[in-house]
Design a protein around this ligand. Structure first.
Ligand code: ZN
Length: 217
């Protein structure tokens, strides 16, 4: 195994040293406080793995503020306690049952490779890669794809943008089927939010609970 391991590339070591000498040094007391007192995040964020998406950056969030789970296309799978490994469901369980977060935010985004691939897969288009895990994961998108296909005239963002936004609604719905989430929702100790971020324009839209449409913030 040691043949495969190297210390960090120099550019990362340099970046770390700058952070340690500036951001860390200026906020040393805060880092010590959160180290000793433990985390008490105000929200769980479920966002895409995409390197262009940074929930902490667009909200100017501090360490300790968000409990973040990232996966391809920011999806929440259906509740399925089958004894298999479920990373996203485990993160949701920990956030809700142990950390008692009062908010769960699903943060989708434009130009999402996962959504594009899911769209092509269901649309019968040729996909240029073979995957063991990605295509299977993207099958979570199927009900959202079927829904936008049924309601062709209802959507206007372009089919892929529509699928991205529709999938956020399905992920929220899947969350409500986790018994421990449902119980906190019923006790009004937890609320769910859907957000969609346009990378190029910086636009942020939020899912309006009355119209179930995304509206600009
Ligand atoms: Zn993405």
């Amino acid at each position: 195994m040691s043949n495969y391991i190297k210390i960090l590339p120099n550019y990362l070591i340099k970046k770390y040293k700058v952070w340690k000498a500036t951001v860390y040094e200026e906020n040393k007391d805060w880092y010590n406080k959160i180290a000793n007192e433990g985390q008490n995040p105000q929200a769980m964020v479920i966002s895409c793995c995409d390197s262009r998406i940074h929930a902490t950056s667009i909200f100017g969030a501090d360490s300790g503020e968000f409990f973040i789970h990232r996966n391809i296309a920011n999806l929440v799978p259906p509740y399925n306690p089958d004894g298999d490994h479920h990373g996203t469901s485990a993160a949701v369980e920990y956030a809700v049952k142990t950390l008692h977060v009062p908010h769960i935010i699903i943060l989708g985004h434009s130009h999402c490779g996962g959504i594009i691939n899911g769209y092509k897969m269901f649309n019968g288009d040729q996909i240029s890669h073979e995957s063991i895990f990605v295509d299977k994961w993207l099958k979570i998108l199927k009900p959202a794809y079927e829904n936008i296909s049924k309601n062709k005239n209802k959507f206007d963002e372009g089919r892929i943008g529509d699928l991205g936004k529709e999938s956020i609604k399905f992920s929220i719905n899947n969350l409500t089927n986790f018994p421990f989430v449902k119980s906190e929702l019923n006790k009004k100790k937890l609320v769910l939010h859907g957000l969609w971020h346009d990378i190029g324009s910086g636009k942020l839209e939020t899912l309006d609970p009355s119209s179930l449409k995304f509206v600009k913030i």
